[in-house]
Write a protein that binds this ligand. Sequence first.
Ligand code: NAD
Length: 266
Amino acid sequence: MQISLEKQVALVTGASSGLGYACAEALAAAGAAVVINYNSQQEPAEALADAIRQRGGKAVAVGGDVSDEKAVDALFAETIKHFGRLDILVANSGLQRDAPAGEMTLDEWNKVIQVNLTGQFLCARAALRQFRQQEKRPDVSRATGKIIHMSSVHQLIPWAGHINYAASKGGVDLLMRSLAQEVGEEHIRINAIAPGAIRTPINTEATEGEAEKKLLQLIPYGRVGDPEDVGNAVVWLASDLSDYVHGTTLFIDGGMSLYPGFRDNG
Ligand code: NAD
């Protein structure tokens, strides 16, 4: 079955690299007009927008720091200026500032919470406001707007040396589920994706050479994920094919969340 997102507008935050980039590409390939948000990496974001336009799609790159309230408002205003509406938000931006707990600075703690959690709140709030004020989609009686939060297996699996990151993703889980409970009756669909280990710039060291061999022991399915694994799932989760999926986290992790340590210790 072919999924079509034609006549829908998607905004993907942090889409200049990694998972956001793959999600923007996949949504555009499914026919959505795509806003490619970047923070500092304008060049790859503009190049992706160009490539999508050359293939006959609609795309624009728009800068903005998701942890800055005014910048988020400006990002959504630009989205409406370009494409007139918003149907799909992929709140993807995220980062790590790793340190052992006793050595973690307040700046490292705050930075991760501000981008990974507050950024998701600000973007979700802006999307809700837009969904409520715009005309409903003319062609279907399905969801009037969709928000997909990018979480992580670390909303579930504790992660020593990364307490700020794990706390931010644990927060995303309850942000997503509480929001889903609050706005479901408006037919606004809220879900999350929890990737495991996907090969992107955020984890280059962990996914190469000897480190990759060690990592594979944590992945029952036996391979590191590719950004397209997440992009494909985002297209489905944004489409009407998943219309009854609401308040759920979809783990895309090759089984990393199955406690693989127990496999050989029964
Ligand atoms: P990445 O470093 O390639 O991408 C992160 C993106 O977020 C970049 O485009 C960056 O510019 C953007 N960003 C950072 N700070 C920002 C800000 N203040 N405002 C706007 N954008 C900002 O890494 P990735 O792996 O593609 O990560 C994307 C998301 O997926 C993150 O939320 C991350 O936590 C999550 N995730 C990734 C993995 C993985 O294995 N790659 C696993 C679990 C979760």
